[in-house]
Design a protein. Sequence first.
Length: 230
Amino acid sequence: MIEENIAFVKQTIHAACMRANRNPEEVTLVAVSKTKPLCDIEEAIRCGMREFGENKVQELMEKMPKVSVPVQWHLIGHLQTNKVKYIIDQGLLIHSVDTVKLAEVIQKEAEKKQVDCNILLEVNVAGEESKFGFSPEEVLPAVETIARMSKVHIKGLMTIAPFVENPEENRSIFANLHKLSLDIKSRNIDNVNMSVLSMGMTNDYEVAIEEGATIVRVGTGIFGTRNYNI
Ligand SMILES: *Cc1c(COP(=O)(O)O)cnc(C)c1O
């Protein structure tokens, strides 16, 4: 099933790129493997996948050393400052930097270990109370502060859109994140790159791609529904 799912998602990404006049190579598919066993990850690897996303530090640390080939890992869930030290030297892309304080801790640990760390800033575009992330107005001042951190490198923005029945309802959220990233890019801030827009999940990645996503994070659409009770 995983093989067929990956083929389907890739096809769908391709079609969305065609509709939006975009080069499919601009869009990276991250397979979100949270709660799924290693054998599922290995099957996805056999199908050519090399980008995987996890939302919990502990699960990520358990899985990382066990995969059979080198893959790029993405931390997509909320990161507590006290866990930064465990993952700082693993070459991750951290999608979920949601406070300047967290960036400061990443800088401190990265300096200690003499590594560089690529991050995205998580933006709560929809202003949902239940979600982490900077409000759109907070992003630019945060970027300006974090840009001065020598070991932390902003590569772009990420958002988690609300769950909606009709993905069209999230179009303006994706468009707004894109606009925000273009605004920041136009300021040419040193040590800030806005090439990554991480947005779109199983339910809405087509719309996200039409609105400029360069990373889509797809879990259910690749691995099937998650069971949190086992
Ligand atoms: C779980 C998760 C995803 C994947 O969600 P699906 O709807 O299963 O595709 C994407 N992004 C984040 C941040 C997640 O936590």
